[in-house]
Design a protein around this ligand. Structure first.
Ligand SMILES: [Zn+2]
Length: 92
């Protein structure tokens, strides 16, 4: 039977998820479940990205300054507020 080995989570800085807290919550849960004790959780933090409505450029947001790289202010977030399971791996 296939065994769950690993879970990859994709977390954006705007998701209100603290990666370290997520990790320790996960470990607390799997401690009580024998079949999950070897499961590994990988929390991957992705950068915030905005797409400018004026010039259409996609830019990474640094220090929560929501501007495109041409200096236009924008709140059109296309990445950075997600909390998704990106991948799960099973043994064969
Ligand atoms: Zn722009």
């Amino acid at each position: 039977m296939d065994q769950l080995l690993e879970i990859d989570l994709k977390v954006g800085p705007l998701s209100n998820v603290e990666p370290i807290l997520m990790q320790s919550a996960f470990e607390a849960v799997i401690q009580d479940e024998e079949r999950f004790t070897d499961v590994k959780l990988n929390v991957n933090v992705v950068p915030i990205k905005v797409k400018c409505e004026l010039c259409g450029v996609v830019s990474e947001v640094h220090n929560y300054v929501f501007r495109c790289e041409n200096g236009h202010p924008t709140n059109n977030i296309i990445q950075g507020d997600e909390l998704v399971i990106e991948k799960v791996r099973f043994s064969n």
